[in-house]
Design a protein around this ligand. Structure first.
Ligand code: BGC
Length: 382
């Protein structure tokens, strides 16, 4: 906290901010227009510390903002919606000049954003789109539909239906698969699922893939708050209801590594595995975020793949966007069509994503400095 400027005391920050803004309002892009980053406070609201990606996001954003000379107020909300609302309200009261928010429930923050707009505070939606509000000024994220496409494609590759170059694989199926989706209050969950289904649906239609439970709607596949335990329970229920006739599940579409670990635990408890190569093979399970525990599972042949989203680059884009607002400019978007939040299309900056199988861990995750070889070996961050 406050590593560069050496203090985070609310009173001092408030005094600085008010001075910078000439006492008009509690901050805002008017004041931000001074371009003097040392006088500006940026509120960073993150959803939870239970997933390491959000811890990394928070740290990266904080470090990079502080390196630019901004004061940072970073808060995590324990996946609790009232906590996040209250934290954002407090940031506004304490004079934040710009807000960067990764929402828990993307539909629950309209009131906070109205308050921000009334105080001329630009709002950057981080990774997850804030919905139903005209007061979202910019969105930095990854190409979320492509994440889903990559997950669907990784499932096909894992099953041997497709080769790395996109050509048909040697397997023919039919394969039994089950589908998982993220939290329905997270706009991203729909992009991931729709992206994956754009790849899988044609093969479901022609019988190559069989969703044996029949649960193909996102509402049936969704896991509230992306909880690992909930995913484990749903997988257990699916195994009991659908696979107690001697049939086996061959693949599972999972949108997030935490869910994948819950799913894998349920499968292990039912006698699958331990690896994809075992006599009773672990089904092909996809993932997302390259969480260290899952990278280890991929290295060990338990989980098949993950989608790597370099949170360092996302943090960088958030900082670039915040700096633009600080100078009274509009950040540069590379997508002005995709992200309609129900009230307006939010100008966005989308980053590309990378699929990681065991063979890709070295080049994509270790050589890039995201994880060390030792961390992968241990399955935990240093
Ligand atoms: C993020 C994913 C993450 C998921 C669960 C989504 O909004 O885009 O990277 O896996 O939330 O935290």
């Amino acid at each position: 906290m406050g590593r560069r400027l050496g203090f985070t005391a609310v009173g001092a920050t408030l005094a600085l901010t008010l001075a910078a803004c000439g006492g008009e309002g509690a901050g805002g892009s008017g004041g931000a227009g001074s371009g003097d980053s040392d006088d500006l406070t940026i509120g960073v609201s993150m959803p939870t510390q239970t997933s390491e990606r959000w811890i990394a996001d928070g740290e990266n954003v904080q470090e990079q903002l502080e390196a630019e000379g901004y004061e940072v107020d970073l808060q995590y909300a324990n996946d609790d919606i009232p906590t996040q609302s209250q934290q954002i309200d407090q940031m506004i009261t304490e004079g934040a000049d710009i807000l960067i928010i990764a929402a828990i429930d993307g539909t629950a923050l309209a009131g906070q954003l109205e308050n921000a707009a009334a105080n001329d505070i630009p709002v950057i939606s981080y990774d997850r789109l804030i919905r139903d509000s005209e007061n979202v000024d910019f969105y930095v994220t990854f190409d979320n539909f492509e994440v889903g496409v990559a997950q669907g494609t990784a499932l096909l590759r894992g099953l041997g239906l497709q080769n790395e170059d996109g050509s048909p694989g040697t397997a023919t199926g039919p394969f039994n698969i089950e589908l998982f989706a993220g939290s329905l209050d997270d706009n991203n969950a729909f992009f991931f699922f729709n992206g994956a289904m754009s790849v899988l649906q044609p093969l479901i239609d022609n019988g190559t893939l069989v969703v044996k439970s029949g649960q193909t709607d996102i509402e049936q596949a969704a896991i509230l708050r992306w909880q690992q335990e909930t995913a484990q329970r749903r997988m257990e229920d699916l195994l009991t209801s659908t696979y107690n006739d001697g049939s086996r599940v061959d693949g599972v579409l999972s949108p997030y590594d935490g869910l994948s670990r819950g799913i894998i635990t349920a499968l292990e408890n039912a006698g699958y595995g331990p690896t994809i190569d075992a006599a009773n093979p672990m089904p092909i399970v996809t993932g997302q975020d390259a969480e260290i525990a899952s990278v280890k599972l991929i290295q060990d042949g338990v989980q098949s793949s993950t989608i790597f989203k370099d949170t360092r680059l996302l943090a960088e884009q958030a900082v670039i966007a915040a700096s633009a607002f600080a100078e009274g400019d509009e950040p540069e978007a590379n997508d002005t069509e995709t992200y309609d939040n129900g009230v307006k299309v939010v100008p966005s900056y989308l980053l590309p994503v990378v699929t990681v199988f065991a063979d890709d861990i070295q080049a994509e995750l270790i050589d890039t400095g995201y994880w060390t070889a030792e961390e992968v070996e241990a399955g935990q961050a240093d």
